[in-house]
Design a protein around this ligand. Sequence first.
Ligand code: PLP
Length: 431
Amino acid sequence: NHVVKKKPQYLGALQNNVAVDPKQLIGEAFHQRVGAVNHELCDPGEEDTFFVADLGEVYRQHLRWKKNLPRVKPFYAVKCNPDPKVLQLLAALGTGFDCASKGEIEQVLGLGVSPDHIIYAQPCKTNSYVRYVKSVGVKQMTFDNADELHKIAKLFPGAELFLRIMTDDTSSLCRLSMKFGAPMDTTESLLALAKELGLNVVGVSFHVGSGASDPAAFRKAVVDAHTVFQQALTYGFHLRVLDVGGGFCGETFETMAGVLDDALAEYFPSGCGVDIIAEPGRFYVATAFTIACNIIARRTVDDPAAKTTSYMAYINDGVYGNFSSIMFDHQHPVAKILHAGGQTLYNTYAAEPAPGDEGIEYSIWGPTCDGIDLISQSTRFNRILDVGDWLYFENMGAYTKCSATQFNGFPNAHDTIYVYSESGAKALLDL
Ligand code: PLP
């Protein structure tokens, strides 16, 4: 594949990597862009919300993955953020891809990624998509029920199948087990049916829930997967891949990876002939994207009884847009001041209330007509903000723009300015 072809340059890009302060690069990108917008004269769209993506952060996360889970090959979950440059960088770094639909598979194949670096990790697939993946040679796919096995037997009997088992996802942010995963008391009958239909089961997969916080869930899932590997032998399937799914978060990664690695060492030791893959999404991109939003309107709220004044700030992005993560991903994005009164305040603490000072209270709202479009009920700054000022929110890379709508006619495609706090990331993209 293309990564192998470019090997000498690829290694050069990694070896000659130079790191630069990410905050400085992001700050410069913000300063240039917001400084160019004149609110009195600009055309519609010029003041639109935009992202700054630090691909150096994606690169660092990859190195972190390799350090902590050297045996586990990541197949990035495209659904989390299908940004074209993120996908291109990850392809250059040699990751595989977890795709959920024809659209995602087409996008990844379009980058020149080999079909065997893709897993169609959707246990309940669309008939026509199964015919499509057969036509393009993407063989790996998951299943978790008998109806799906009959579908695959009819449409793509040569597929390489992963039996997705149910997990304990109670500690996760986005639970998946109410929808997907075969309960452990059904795995034998599914293996028996696969055998009867002449299908090719090659592995087991699981997902402990997105944003998982209990490392024990990984251990339990590995133990259950091992049970299914044993069961499979009795049906003549010599399983060769374990897919440990996604659910990894930056904050807890080392702990999770440690528990997972120990469980793998115990149940699937190196040299046992089983390849381990994973489907991380959030881990790679959450921290790589920062968004800038413009204050488009302000309402002053006086409370004569309490003798206070607070403000409702309306910004040009909300829960129907890139803040869809509030609804779908249970996030609580934190507003910071990017630009106020003609000054760029990114990453300075100049906008926070001094200790002991309550500051001025704001609620922050999206631009649509819906009352549910609320980003923050209460945020405090040390200054009065006005229309035309900018806010920024960090950690906006996971499950944000991919699930944005155009409700009320607001655009859901926005500019992304790319910066590279690790030169290796840029060098890989330039290969
Ligand atoms: N794999 C599958 C099948 C998923 O459904 C998801 C997320 O929903 C992922 C991988 C990515 O999960 P995460 O972003 O938590 O790593």
